[in-house]
Ligand binder design. Structure first.
Ligand SMILES: Nc1ncnc2c1ncn2[C@@H]1O[C@H](COP(=O)(O)OP(=O)(O)OP(=O)(O)O)[C@@H](O)[C@H]1O
Length: 338
């Protein structure tokens, strides 16, 4: 069908007219989205950990988390950085067989990011002169509303993984109080007709956080903390070794070399809040494997990799004053281990 379609954008104010049959009438909407902070892609909806390694300890945590979530309670994994909280959260979400959404806390996150906001406007015009003597024109301009990830998850009953939620401000996280308590998501500050969205019965919430000693982490308000079932993630050394070995296909000896070094570095500092965890072990093992280095202090690539991966940890923990000092210490530890 041909007709007159008029669309305009807030930036160019250009008018485009398409079609040539003036005796027909029609109404067409053309949506124009102005780029806003909210429209930036900052989420992922892929929840499955790509190569999750199962262990007894992990299975136990997953079973407990699923039990609490299926019982209607949000689960909160807390622990030092790199201990596997996000990996566990993703695995739990995948095993619940529901659509999942993941969002990452940060101090700039606000209600618009969570609830949604306007992302431009659309206009439509209907020109009707089907009957030659009658000319009728209807113009309609409206703001486009894009729901935030929380609104979508709440409305459609997703599992929402809120990774590092305590990096968002407590004011922002207040929204979760009514979601958990009243089962309503209030649409604060929006121009939506309805004041709130009802929480779908299948909606489930998994949160992860680092302890409050970590830089950039806010203290969680008691009202929210009280509504979560908090599981501390502090995997045993044996479990961490199994995860690394199976995941990176390491020999027992390769795995031992990495962990012995990490343990010695951790021993150098007594600040547990800057734990090295699995992440550092994964970095060293992956890079060494990828570069076909041998896991030995005699191998220059291995030595260099360990030094580059671990030195900033020694500085952050206060054990070394500079990166250079830290690198010297790591070299000494590697030499001693030979
Ligand atoms: N069971 C597992 N199987 C395979 N890889 C794992 C497993 N657990 C953790 N990992 C890997 O270990 C590393 C650290 O895990 P993860 O990112 O989940 O830690 P985290 O506790 O969420 O860290 P942070 O607090 O810094 O966000 C990642 O590379 C992750 O893929």
């Amino acid at each position: 069908m041909n007709g007159n379609r008029i669309s305009s954008s807030p930036t160019s104010r250009q008018t485009a007219i398409r079609g040539n049959n003036h005796r027909k009438s029609m109404s067409k909407n053309r949506k124009v989205s102005a780029p806003t902070k909210h429209s930036k892609k900052q989420y992922t909806t892929k929840s499955k950990h790509p190569s999750f390694i199962r262990t007894e300890e992990g299975n136990d945590l997953i079973a407990r988390a699923k039990r609490y979530l299926n019982g209607g309670y949000p689960v909160h994994f807390t622990g030092a950085s790199g201990t596997g909280k996000t990996a566990l959260a993703m695995q739990v979400a995948a095993e619940l067989n529901q659509p999942a959404t993941i969002i990452h806390g940060n101090h700039e996150m606000n209600n618009v990011d969570l609830i949604g906001g306007t992302t431009g406007w659309s206009s439509s015009k209907t020109i009707d002169n089907f009957v030659r003597q009658v000319y009728k024109q209807d113009a309609n301009v409206k703001e486009n509303w894009t729901p935030g990830r929380l609104t979508e998850a709440v409305q459609h009953g997703h599992v929402l993984i809120y990774d590092e939620f305590s990096r968002s401000t407590p004011e922002t996280n207040n929204l979760f109080l009514s979601v958990l308590e009243e089962k309503l998501l209030p649409l604060y500050g929006t121009k939506q007709k309805q004041p709130s969205v009802a929480v779908h019965p299948n909606f489930k919430l998994i949160l992860t956080s680092n302890p409050t000693e970590y830089a950039g982490v806010f203290q969680t308000q008691d009202a929210l903390a009280d509504r979560l079932i908090t599981l501390e993630i502090n995997l045993s050394q044996q479990t961490k070794e199994t995860i690394l070995r199976k995941s990176e296909n390491l020999s027992e000896q390769e795995s031992n070399t990495v962990w012995q070094l990490i343990e010695q570095i951790e021993h150098e500092t007594d600040d547990e809040s800057v734990g090295l965890g699995l992440r550092a072990a994964f970095m060293i093992a992956r890079i060494a494997k990828n570069s076909k280095a041998s896991f030995s202090s005699e191998d220059s690539i291995f030595r260099q990799t360990c030094s580059d991966v671990l030195s900033s940890y020694l500085v952050r923990s206060g054990r070394s004053g500079t990166i250079q000092e830290a690198q010297n210490l790591i070299r000494e530890i590697l030499q001693d281990s030979h």
